[in-house]
Design a protein around this ligand. Structure first.
Ligand code: NAD
Length: 474
């Protein structure tokens, strides 16, 4: 049975939109339709699939303003909505380049057995389910869908029920690219719809929380289908005494508060050499106090509302817990309710330690806890004292010094003298470590290869010693 779900507006706090969540029967019907169309899609030369995705990109460009407006309604922020649409456009180009490389013609090659040559087919998973979160609604909906389509899979995509207003416009874009709608369906729904998609698909790409990721992994394991999981983080930044403190403070402030801190790779813990920590904190606080809330209109300032009320609760609980345990608020620190939306100015905390929830659990808000360390070994130990391993950042006077620390951090991508580069450089292959995820890299060539199984072809070319019974006529 389909179900109506009302959607809250993050700037007013009121529900002003509705979606129809598909039930399992409807999901199965869509998956069956996609599965029927997929062989013809996969049989096309990759150049044709690239051309269809290029037509889709043109449709997104034509609807850029509309998409930005809808994303703005979904999330309450303007600037990041622009960034999202542009990231989608460049992402299509990058993924198309990777697909062309993956499908470059290859002939049979020699093996260790001089009489046998080998080569292979690339066989796409027929139907890929893509399930995405609310923090970058459009970009994270397409980040797996586009490479899967280029690989030759069909895709059923479900964006988050918290931020679904852009779905009709996205469907229009798909409809404007010849034949793409045959193999790419976008559905509305909540967790139950997502769960039904896993039952109907041949592979699943999930971006979201560790808690849901675990449920997705279990369902996928039951069905023996691969699950590519991109989950939460608690990214550390390490700042050494030799770092350019002004530039480190600017980068960390941006990396912690962009999109109101709703980024998996946002900097959520900062470890600074004790010798420079006070100077760093003073610089950081001065910069943080210049960041403006995006009020009264989304395009007016720097950071928008906290997008969901559940996240507001988490951020408040973590702040209260930290303060109760002795954290000192250096700036910010109070969630403000303005016209129904919840806002938190960039919040810098000191006197923090790992007994506090906000040093261990994902916060997903614009909070920057700063802790002093004595010696690089302690910095590395603190950075690694987490169940997460998504990404990290290291700031030092030279790249060599920073890299010597980066090599010791247990995370899948480390930015040196910058933050969040892992999200912005699609060529940099990475895996999520520890509880932050599972499966092949969604960056680089593997972003496409993940959706392809290899069928080995092994050809015996000449007569020679063979292990068969009765190999000769006698
Ligand atoms: P969430 O886990 O609550 O939901 C994500 C998606 O899963 C939604 O579309 C939801 O409807 C769906 N879902 C819920 N239950 C399901 C089930 N049982 N089966 C299948 N699908 C189900 O996450 P969220 O709150 O939307 O997103 C925030 C989280 O996403 C944060 O933890 C953040 O770190 C993470 N995230 C990770 C990355 C990354 O690349 N690693 C990127 C962005 C966000």
């Amino acid at each position: 049975m389909t179900q109506r779900i009302s959607v809250r507006n993050p700037r007013t706090g009121r529900p002003d939109y509705e979606i129809t969540a598909l039930d399992a029967a409807a999901v199965t019907r869509i998956a069956d339709r996609l599965r029927a169309a997929q062989p013809a899609w996969a049989a096309r030369p990759v150049e044709q699939r690239i051309a269809v995705l290029a037509a889709f990109k043109e449709a997104v460009i034509r609807r850029r303003e509309e998409l930005v407006r809808l994303l703005e309604a979904d999330t309450g922020r303007h600037q990041v909505s622009l960034i999202e649409v542009d990231a989608v456009l460049s992402g299509i180009d990058r993924a198309s380049g990777f697909a062309a490389e993956v499908f470059a013609p290859a002939s049979l090659v020699a093996t260790g057995d001089p009489a046998v040559r080998t080569g292979g087919d690339l066989v796409a998973y027929p139907v890929v389910a893509a399930i995405s979160p609310w923090n970058f609604p459009l970009q994270l909906s397409l980040i797996d869908a586009v490479p899967a389509l280029l690989a030759g899979s069909a895709v059923i995509l479900k964006p988050s029920e918290m931020t679904p207003r852009f779905i009709p416009a996205l469907r229009e874009c798909i409809g404007e690219a010849a034949d793409l709608a045959d193999v790419f369906a976008v559905v509305e729904g909540d967790g139950a719809t997502g769960a039904a998609m896993i039952e109907a698909a041949d592979a699943v790409c999930f971006t979201g929380s560790v808690r849901t990721g675990r449920a997705v992994a279990r369902s996928a394991a039951e069905r023996f289908i691969p699950a590519f999981l991109e989950l939460g983080g608690k990214d550390p930044a390490v700042v050494t005494a030799s770092a350019d403190l002004d530039s480190a403070a600017s980068a960390i402030l941006w990396g912690s508060t962009i999109n109101s801190g709703h980024a998996c790779m946002s900097i959520e813990r900062v470890y600074v050499d004790r010798g420079v920590v006070e100077e760093f904190v003073d610089t950081l606080v001065a910069k943080a106090e210049r960041v403006r809330l995006a009020l009264p209109a989304p395009a007016d300032g720097d950071i928008g509302p906290i997008i969901t009320s559940a996240q507001t609760d988490t951020i408040r609980e973590q702040l209260d817990d930290a303060v109760a345990r002795g954290a000192r608020v250096r700036t910010g620190g109070r969630i403000e309710l303005i016209d129904g939306g919840s806002y938190l100015r960039p919040t810098v905390l000191t006197e923090v330690d790992h007994s506090m929830r906000l040093m261990r659990e994902e916060t997903f808000g614009p909070i920057i806890p700063v802790m002093a360390y004595d010696g690089v070994d302690e910095a590395v130990a603190l950075a690694n004292d987490t169940e997460f391993g998504l990404s990290a950042a290291v700031f030092a006077g030279t790249a060599e010094e920073a890299l010597s620390i980066a090599h010791r951090i247990d995370a899948g991508g480390i930015s040196v003298n910058d933050v969040c580069l892992t999200g912005m450089v699609p060529e940099a292959e990475k895996n999520s470590f520890k509880m932050s995820g599972l499966g092949g890299s969604r960056m680089g060539r593997p972003s496409v290869q993940r959706f392809l199984r290899r069928r080995a072809l092994l050809v015996r070319e000449t007569a020679g010693p063979r292990p068969w019974y009765y190999d000769t006529a006698e």
